[in-house]
Design a binder for this molecule. Structure first.
Ligand code: C2O
Ligand code: CU
Length: 457
């Protein structure tokens, strides 16, 4: 148990307010080992770790403002926890061992209970030894429906993953501490699945309008996606509606942990359409849409924005304090030295500990927060990527607005891709009290140094 005064007060208050919210009433969320066919049928099934026995884990679908109550039952051979990625919830439910709760040991359970304030596309995943546990399959979609849902024929969740399987046994390789992966782009896989399937198919009719909820659950892969035979708009990023939907034209990136909601019309000339992953050696269909002739009328015209979520107002950020965070280390920019706690270690000593990256000179979550904010304060963070790799920087408990290079305010996100050598500013209202992580969502990078936190009181 991590005890501090705030925690004791919270626990005491919770006990007073909710005398008998016992675990018995919550639906179980079983984290357990199972088998799933990931590789082609000629291969054995793959042993995976799942929520509820499926890949992806059981889809949680609720309405905006609902309360989610789930008891995590840990039937895995490792301690675990659940993080509700992108959901702006109370700190005690955020699922971060060592910061907001203890890791849940094998055979033990934990009651998660929180209200979801925002509609949109979110996800949940393991947050203990995440680099290993997410790679083994511990993730699932969390969909919060708008009170007035957009007019579409199908609402499809498409959860992308990138698995590293042994080419003979089709089992997940357990080289999670591979120093080359950690110090380069992270753990890239050799099999891409959507919704746990190598060859997913969707039935659609010409002129159908589809909502595609794309979620990138992979450890490290940044996908460049494109559409073939489908045309439409980006309507939301990381769950949050765009004020003005962006018409799709050409490929668009989705970094680990990011979500993109599309509204597309089936315009295929032939009998298939596809979602395509653009890679160095070609473009590969990762979802196939089998298109029937229309029973349906002509395509709809235009699209309207999704209803806004109750986000704080951010307008003028020019006088907000600016906090600089340098992203450091990795191959070809090896750390000379960095700190773990109060100890300054050489790059060589750090490498022996499997630490290759640092945030502002720390190769592990520091004792003091990167930012100590008063509730309601407006802040800017500037990510300065001094490395030669891209990083997907994620803040817990908050969404933020991107500040565009010309100073104007961009879309809301919870994870921002900072390219090699790039500097990106974000603005956030620190309106959610608690201790929150801030880390790279390339999970190997987080495990090997890119981990920080901020405090809101
Ligand atoms: Cu997807 Cu620390 O989170
Ligand atoms: Cu990174």
């Amino acid at each position: 148990m991590i005890l501090n005064r705030r925690h004791l007060l919270q626990t005491a208050a919770a006990a007073l307010l909710m005398p008998r919210v016992a675990s018995a009433g919550f639906a179980p969320l079983n984290a357990r080992v199972t088998k799933h066919p990931i590789a082609p049928a000629s291969y054995p099934e793959t042993a995976v770790w799942t929520y509820g026995g499926s890949v992806p884990g059981v889809e949680l679908r609720v309405r905006q403002g609902d309360r989610i109550q789930r008891t995590l039952m840990n039937q895995l051979p490792q301690a675990t926890s659940v993080h509700w990625h992108g959901i702006r919830i109370e700190n005690a439910m955020d699922g971060v061992p060592g910061l907001t709760q203890d890791a849940v040991e094998t055979g033990a359970s934990f009651d998660y209970s929180f209200v979801v304030p925002d509609a949109g596309t979110y996800w949940y995943h393991a947050h203990n030894q995440s680099m290993e546990q997410v790679a083994r399959g511990l993730y699932g979609p969390l969909i919060v429906e708008e009170t007035a849902a957009p007019d579409v024929d199908q609402d499809l969740v498409l959860m992308l993953d990138d698995w590293r399987l042994d080419p003979e046994t089709a089992q997940i390789t357990d080289d999670f501490d591979n120093g080359h992966d950690l110090s380069h782009a992270g753990r890239l896989g050799n099999i891409i699945t959507v919704n746990g399937s190598l060859d997913p198919r969707v039935q659609a009719r010409r002129n159908d309008r589809l909502r595609l909820r794309l979620i990138n659950a992979s450890n490290a892969r940044i996908f460049d996606l494109n559409l073939d035979g489908l045309s439409g708009w980006i309507v939301a990023l990381d769950g949050m509606p765009l004020e003005t939907p962006i018409p799709l034209s050409g490929a668009f990136p989705i970094a680990p942990a990011q979500r993109i909601d599309l509204v597309v019309d089936v315009v295929a000339g032939g009998d298939t359409a596809s979602l395509v992953s653009v890679e160095r050696d070609g473009a590969f269909g990762i979802v196939r849409f089998d298109v029937d002739e229309p029973l349906a009328p002509a395509p709809r015209q235009g699209v309207s924005a999704l209803p806004p979520n109750p986000l704080p107002v951010i307008e003028d950020v020019s006088s907000a304090p600016l906090h600089r965070m340098s992203l450091q280390g990795g191959a070809m920019r090896w750390l000379d030295s960095a700190r773990i706690g109060d100890t300054e270690l050489s790059g060589q000593e750090l490498a022996q500990l499997g630490r290759f990256w640092a945030l502002n000179g720390y190769a592990e979550r520091p004792t003091d927060p990167f930012l100590d904010a008063r509730t309601g304060g407006l802040h800017r963070i500037e990510f300065v990527n001094e490395t030669v790799f891209p990083h997907a920087m994620h803040l817990h408990g908050h969404h933020f607005r991107l500040i565009q290079p010309d100073g104007s305010l961009g879309p809301w996100r919870d994870t921002v891709l900072v390219d090699r050598g790039q500097t990106r500013q974000i603005a956030l209202v620190a309106d959610n009290p608690g201790d929150w992580l801030l880390h790279c969502h390339m999970l190997g990078h987080a495990a090997s140094g890119m981990m920080s936190w901020f405090r809101v009181t």
